[in-house]
Each structure stands twice: as structure tokens, then as C-alpha cells.
Design a protein around this ligand. Structure first.
Ligand SMILES: *Cc1c(COP(=O)(O)O)cnc(C)c1O
Length: 361
């Protein structure tokens, strides 16, 4: 028997399940399981990536200043307090690594994103899951769960997989009532889909205890390149930069992300198309007897009578070449999360669910 063992907590990590992308024996498959942008990245981002091929022998920038400056300009934030990571997943990992260890508690909500638990356990901390209210983040249950050992609170706003969000008033109430040793993390992976929403910048600017994470994987269509960023008070960014590897982003990723963030026309087109198609799909599903909460993101959480019906519908969608996401792992066994695809994909989903519901009554 080997005496080589990992740190406590590591073996409690269940491997992250990523969205499926193939169905055996079915062609013309549409992947609607990972909240990817159906239109892909902006042409400017693709051009920047291609050009970067000629400099692949060079190490990348280690301070990401060109990208941080572009983010600062477009999102109206101080570039000196931006940190970039290999996806926002890496920023989440840095936060846990830097602020939570053995004996510390990390709070997230019952339908919260899987990486909060994984990163907390990887850092040796104790994950603490709190109730939501009808699939919406509940500030009071978070506050009630805080102890002297709580170090981090993660909220995705809008949340994945529920699609719901809470307003700045509730965020402010939470930030101001947290114990003094707690850092509040606002995960804004879907913030760009919410017209006029700053992801929490105004809340951050007036406080020392709030940070946000953002990503190029969703609206900007660059999930394959792994680029995310964080923004917060200087003291937090200084800490995170100490645990960040100097070359954590590739130069191709930095260049593509800078071009993507500057292409505000493409971002706007993706946002408005998503808003229109999301409303259409939600209404079409409701017409077939499948309700969903009002979503603020690029997916809909379709609710079925029970787990068996959700699973049967998933099988039917699969047989039609439509891959969506089962969310039993998020304590939502009677739901399916469906990414908003392009218009033909949305029509195929609505048609297939209509067929399924028609057949099942
Ligand atoms: C997709 C997603 C992320 C992060 O993705 P990265 O690709 O690592 O930037 C973070 N949080 C939530 C809630 C997400 O859904």
C-alpha cells in the first residue's frame, strides 16, 4: 500500500462534467449544453488569433497590459485593478487558494456554479451550500450561514443554471452585512447579456470587500481560448497577482480577447439576438406546457413535472440531434438547461419539445 496521499479534501472533489457534444449515430447535431455563443467570436478576434501564429516562439506578455487597458476602456474600470486568468475558472481558483484554507468555509448557493465547490475543496477549505428561494439567490440565507470561519461568498449573477439574478440593492445589502473577514465574489460570466448591467462595478468601487469575475467564454465566444478576468479593490488584486503564474495566458489568447472586447458592434449583435431568441424560446416552451424562470443569461432552465419527464425529454431531444444539459448535479433533477442557439436551433428545440409534450399527455 502506498503512503502517498493527496491533501485533505482533494478526494472529495467529483470531476467536473462538461457538456456533451456528440450523439452516437445522429448527424446534424446541435450542441446547446455549454452556453457557448452560437455565432462564435468576432472576425476581429479571429484575425488577431491568426496573426499571433507568426509569434508563437515568443513568450507572452506577463502583465497583460494591452488586454487590461482594453477592458478598462470598454467596461469603464481601472485597468490597474484588473487581473486576467485562464478563464474565470482560474480567477475563482486564485481566490480560493489565496483566501481559504484548512478550517475556512466557502459559501455558495444550492444551484450555484460547480467550480466554487471544486476550488474550495482543492484549497483545503470547507464548502458550505445555502438555500435559494424559488431558484433565486437568497441574501438572508447567505448571511445566516456566515460564521467566524467564513472567508468567501460566491454568487453568480445572473446565475448558472437558473438564469435568475438579484439587483444591486440586494448585493449591496449583502456586502454591507457580511462579517469583516468575508470577501464577496460576484461571478459575472453572463453579465454581458444583461443590457446596461455593469456586473457589480459600482458596488465594488465603494467597498473593500467585493470582487467580480468575468469571462470571454460566453458572449465573446472564446471559450476554447480560456480567457477570463477579475476586478476588485487593489488589496485583493495585489494578492491574486502573487499566486498567478507569470505566463498564465497565451499571447494568441491575449490578442484575440483584446480584439473581441473592442468589437462592441459584434457584442451588441450577439446580445440583442440572444435577448430576442430567448424570449421566443421561453414563450414557445411555455406554450407546450414547459415553464421556465425569466432568464437573464444565454440559456433557459426548462422545468418539467419530475425527474423522469426531464430525462425522457432529454432522450427525445438527443434522438433529434439536440444536446442540452441535465442539471441533476445542480440539485435541479426535474430541469433541463438549454443554451440559446441560432434561430434554426431554437426552432428545432421548440418543435422537438412540442412533439415530446404532445406525445406524453
Ligand atoms: C461558464 C461559467 C464560468 C466560467 O467560465 P470560464 O470559461 O472559465 O471563464 C464561470 N462562472 C459561471 C457561472 C459560468 O457559467
Amino acid at each position: 500500500m502506498t503512503k502517498i496521499t493527496p491533501q485533505p479534501g482533494i478526494m472529495d472533489i467529483a470531476l467536473y462534467q462538461s457538456g456533451a457534444s456528440h450523439v452516437e449515430g445522429v448527424s446534424n447535431v446541435v450542441k446547446l449544453s455549454s452556453n457557448e455563443n452560437p455565432f462564435g467570436p468576432s472576425d476581429a478576434a479571429k484575425d488577431a488569433f491568426t496573426k499571433a501564429a507568426f509569434e508563437l516562439h515568443r513568450y507572452p506578455s506577463s502583465d497583460h497590459s494591452s488586454l487590461r487597458n482594453a477592458i478598462g476602456e470598454i467596461h469603464a474600470v481601472d485597468p490597474a485593478r484588473v487581473i486576467c486568468g485562464a478563464g474565470s475558472d482560474e480567477i475563482i481558483a486564485f481566490l480560493c487558494q489565496a483566501y481559504a484554507g484548512s478550517g475556512d468555509e466557502v459559501i455558495y448557493t444550492e444551484h450555484g456554479f460547480a467550480m466554487y465547490r471544486i476550488s474550495a475543496l482543492a484549497a483545503g477549505a470547507k464548502p458550505v451550500e445555502v438555500r435559494e428561494r424559488d431558484r433565486v439567490t437568497d441574501v438572508d440565507s447567505i448571511l445566516a450561514a456566515c460564521t467566524e470561519n467564513t472567508k468567501l461568498v460566491f454568487i453568480a449573477n445572473p446565475n448558472n443554471p437558473t438564469g435568475t439574478m438579484i439587483g444591486d440593492g440586494e448585493i449591496t445589502r449583502l456586502a454591507d452585512a457580511l462579517p469583516p473577514q468575508v470577501l464577496l465574489v460576484l461571478d459575472g460570466a453572463y453579465a454581458e447579456y444583461v443590457e446596461g448591467y455593469d456586473g457589480g462595478v459600482r458596488v465594488i468601487e465603494q467597498r473593500q470587500n467585493v470582487v467580480m469575475t468575468r469571462t470571454f467564454s460566453k458572449l465573446y465566444g472564446l471559450g476554447g481560448l480560456r480567457i477570463g478576468w477579475g476586478y476588485g479593490p487593489q488589496h485583493v488584486i495585489d494578492v491574486l497577482n502573487r499566486v498567478r503564474g507569470p505566463f498564465n495566458l497565451s499571447q494568441a489568447g491575449i490578442a484575440a480577447a483584446e480584439a473581441a472586447v473592442r468589437d462592441t458592434v459584434w457584442a451588441e449583435k450577439c446580445r440583442t439576438d440572444n435577448t430576442r431568441l430567448r424570449a421566443w424560446l421561453a414563450e414557445a416552451l411555455a406554450g407546450h406546457g414547459v415553464p421556465s424562470d425569466t432568464s437573464c443569461a444565454n440559456f433557459i432552465l426548462a422545468r418539467f413535472a419530475d425527474q423522469a419527464t426531464a430525462e425522457a425529454c432529454n432522450e427525445h431531444l438527443k434522438s433529434e440531434g439536440l444536446i442540452v444539459r441535465c442539471v441533476g448535479g445542480y440539485n435541479l433533477p426535474n430541469c433541463l438547461r438549454i443554451t440559446i442557439g441560432d434561430e434554426p436551433s431554437c426552432r428545432r428545440v421548440a418543435h422537438a419539445i412540442g412533439q415530446f409534450m404532445g406525445d406524453s399527455v
